[in-house]
Design a binder for this molecule. Structure first.
Ligand code: FAD
Length: 515
């Protein structure tokens, strides 16, 4: 799929190959197959098919190599990996990600000390956990709910991401975890808000192994087989071209050769994550008032317990079985306005955060709980960009401004109490107290190019994701989400991208019909 010859002109230029960018390519391939599409990704291709989750790489060394190659402009093979237990406030990146080097905390502010990125074909979704809950209550986007669209868009997002709830149904432990949590939680919840299996972007192959979805699944065979679609890896977009007030293309640099080229396009989609999407708009002189503002991350509280009355799964010789991923599942405690946290509970090997060493005598007995908190939205929480300094790719350097409000502190305190209560329902705590992860650890940055109903200075784009005052320019990803979600945001980001992609497809097909 990769080639180095950039086209002079396409119908749609997509910046970024994570699930948001991949959604545009897929919907356009399905609905406007004659449209020429070029997708530009600054990172390398690290998996096959391009964008596949690195967990699907069976060989551990190959997987580690793929992770390291995803770790940005200064990726190194010999980096200190996150191997130990994550219970300190150290600035460490998770495999496949790399930290914002500077500008993560302004004087006197909380900042996002572990704000991180992935730079590879597939973006962060080549490394993610795949939890795809639907937003609930105040997490939902009111103006799309009123028209009844939101659930249809979320269903479409689930289709594209390959979301299932039964991949771990053989797990002997997940059911017990669910029962114990349900016993202390469900009585005061509506049916669809009760403790349940986490919807996950993972499926089991007919011949057995689990397959984790990445952008490869979002792209699907239809995009890979679309002769009008081309993916260009190691290609940095440095500028969106605007002519007569309308998006007209992109300026792209081949990272391998340094060669720069203008690629003209009728539509430009910037899906470059919630921090680099506003960066590219800013670098292009497109600077609506809300650009970079309302930045929100989900404070994450974690806690580990040893399951009570645990019976290990043993093989025919009575030896406890390992290979936990086949035996674990992820349990979801949905966000509600009354219990304003998103709960994710899983045996340790499934957890992206290593909370404790597992018990070799009883593998699977240690359960990690995570509660994610919705942020109190503030326009002052923002990513700003420098006129003079640049980052490792030569793009405008970032400065994050981020402060927890009194309400945020109260939410975090309540989450700490709730997580202990939930943990004790499952088993015996390993620690006295829960641990608050350094801010930025959720990797769920949102709001920086948020959607709104009107161009009123509090949003960057319309409900179709088209940037106010820049027709033909679309933004995509978690940055578009206007609400403060506590749940994992990728499904919502993809759902919003579906709407924008359909809009472009409709315009292209309408033009063709009128010719
Ligand atoms: C360990 C881990 C666990 C996670 N678990 C979950 C989970 O369970 N559920 C969930 O919802 N989310 C999870 N996430 C977050 C999830 O992966 C992201 O929400 C999702 O990938 C965002 O998709 P995106 O397409 O908007 O951005 P990304 O996936 O970040 O992709 C953006 C791409 O744009 C490229 N890019 C940036 N700037 C440029 C430029 N100027 N030119 C060209 N290319 C550019 C980047 O290199 C990147 O590849 C997790 C992430 C990690 C790392």
């Amino acid at each position: 799929m990769s080639t180095r010859v950039y086209p002079a002109q396409v119908d749609v230029a997509i910046v970024g190959s994570g699930p948001a960018g991949a959604t545009y390519a897929r919907i356009l391939s399905e609905r406007a197959s004659s449209a020429t599409i070029a997708m530009f990704e600054v990172g390398p291709t690290v998996s096959d098919p391009p964008g596949a989750h690195v967990k699907n790489i069976a060989d551990a060394d190959e997987r580690a190599h793929a992770q390291r190659r995803s770790e940005g402009p200064h990726a190194r093979e010999d980096d200190d990996r996150v191997g130990g237990i994550v219970k300190s406030a150290q600035r460490r990146a998770r495999p496949g990600t790399y930290l914002l080097e500077s500008g993560y905390q302004a004087d006197g502010e909380d900042g996002l000390p572990v704000a991180a990125f992935s730079s590879n074909v597939g973006g962060m979704a080549a490394h993610w956990t795949g939890a795809c809950p639907r937003p609930n209550d105040s997490e939902r986007i009111g103006f799309l709910d009123e028209t009844g669209e939101l659930d249809e868009l979320l269903s479409e997002g689930e289709r594209l991401l390959g979301v299932t709830t039964d991949a771990f149904d053989a797990s002997p432990y997940a059911g017990i975890v669910r029962e114990r949590l349900a016993a202390v939680e469900d009585a005061h919840r509506d049916a669809d808000e009760r403790v349940q299996r986490m919807p996950l972007a993972v499926h089991r192959r007919d011949d057995g192994p689990l397959v984790w979805s990445g952008s490869d699944v979002v792209l699907g065979d239809i995009t890979r087989g679309n002769p009008n679609f081309t993916l260009f890896d190691e290609s940095l977009v440095t500028r969106v071209l605007v002519e007569d007030g309308r998006a007209a293309g992109v300026v792209v640099t081949d990272v391998r050769t340094g060669e720069r080229r203008d690629v003209r396009a009728r539509f430009v989609v910037v899906a470059a994550d919630a921090l680099r999407t506003p960066q590219l708009l800013w670098a292009s002189g497109i600077r609506p008032d809300a650009l970079g503002r309302y930045l929100n991350d989900q404070a994450q509280i974690v806690f580990a317990v040893r399951m009570r009355d645990f019976t290990p799964v043993v093989d025919a010789d009575g030896v406890p079985q390992t290979g936990l991923s086949e035996y674990t599942g992820v349990t979801w405690v949905p966000f509600t306005d009354d219990m304003p946290f998103h709960g994710q509970v899983m045996q340790l090997d499934a957890s992206p955060v290593k909370l404790a060493d597992d018990d070799p005598a009883a593998p699977g007995s240690i359960v990690g709980l995570g509660l994610f908190c919705a942020k109190d939205l503030q326009a002052s929480d923002r990513v700003a960009f420098s006129d003079s300094d640049v980052d490792g790719y030569g793009m405008p350097a970032m400065q994050l401004h981020y402060t927890l409000s009194d309400r945020d502190h109260a939410t975090i305190d309540r989450a700490k109490a709730e997580i202990v209560r939930l943990g004790k329902a499952i088993g015996d705590p390993l620690d006295d107290r829960p641990f608050v992860m350094p801010l930025g650890a959720s990797l769920h940055y949102q709001g920086t190019v948020r959607m709104g109903l009107a161009d009123d200075g509090a949003s960057v784009c319309s409900p179709d994701s088209e940037v106010w005052g820049a027709p033909g320019l679309f933004v995509a990803g978690n940055g578009v989400i206007p609400t403060a979600t506590a749940c994992n945001p990728t499904l919502t980001g993809v759902a919003l991208a579906v709407r924008g992609a359909r809009h472009i497809a409709d315009e292209i097909t309408a033009d063709l019909a009128s010719v």
